[in-house]
Design a binder for this molecule. Structure first.
Ligand code: TYD
Length: 207
């Protein structure tokens, strides 16, 4: 493989994507692939500072400011981590990416979706994931999995998360080729097996 792959994982907080990323990483590594596991916001360096503000700043943050901070993190992440790794032929598995901004800042905070798409495009220089998984869970399950220790985003309230979930369902509906939507309430093993099937039907994985 000369060029690697870029696969993103999405869903409301507590949807189980972090567990699924780990399992898919093990799957690829067993095939002898080089895998980079990363995340937004805050993979490393400057991103970790932006993450700290985004998740823990306790004063007012306007929706536009919040969007630009996520987008700034994304630009840095794509340019310094994701793109170089994909060009080296690695498989990049990323916990959240552009669809989070569409779902959380677009559907959740109400920022114009066309603007979000335009800004996402600028932040990524047009680079798109080869495949995206969205794990769908109901908002009540999300809230109970998150528990009492909520960060700034998780404290946004149940009505906000209902809109975020709607956003994810709309994205899956609009882009069925790139986005695979799975019911996140099933067992970890069942979901992993569907993830692997989707990967195997989309890519030819030569050693
Ligand atoms: P994180 O602790 O990484 O949440 P999770 O483990 O659920 O992925 O926190 C990231 C939070 O930031 C999460 O609530 C989603 C939110 N977020 C946005 O609102 N917009 C974005 O563009 C991104 C990348 C994340």
């Amino acid at each position: 493989m000369t060029k690697g792959l870029f696969i993103t994982f999405e869903g409301v907080d507590g949807c189980g994507k972090t567990t699924q990323i780990e399992l898919l990483k093990n799957y690829f590594e067993k095939l002898g692939k080089s895998v980079l596991l990363t995340r937004e916001p805050g993979a490393k360096g400057l991103g970790t500072k932006l993450r700290e503000i985004l998740l823990n700043y306790d004063g007012e943050v306007s929706p536009n400011c919040e969007s630009f901070l996520f987008l700034a993190d994304r630009a840095q992440h794509i340019d310094t981590i994701v793109k170089p790794a994909v060009e080296r032929g690695e498989i990049v598995l990323c916990d959240r990416h552009t669809d989070s901004t569409v779902a959380y800042q677009g559907y959740g905070r109400g920022i114009d979706l066309e603007q979000i798409n335009l800004l996402n495009n600028i932040a990524t220089s047009g680079m798109k994931p080869d495949l995206t998984f969205i794990f769908d869970i109901d908002v009540e399950t999300s809230m109970s999995r998150v528990g009492k220790n909520k960060d700034r985003m998780e404290s946004a309230g149940i009505e906000f998360f209902k809109k975020v979930r709607e956003g994810y369902l709309a994205i899956a509906n609009q882009e069925p080729d790139r986005v695979k939507l799975f019911d996140g309430i099933r067992t970890i093993e069942d979901i992993h097996s569907d993830v692997v099937k989707a990967v195997e039907s989309k890519f030819i994985l030569v050693k």
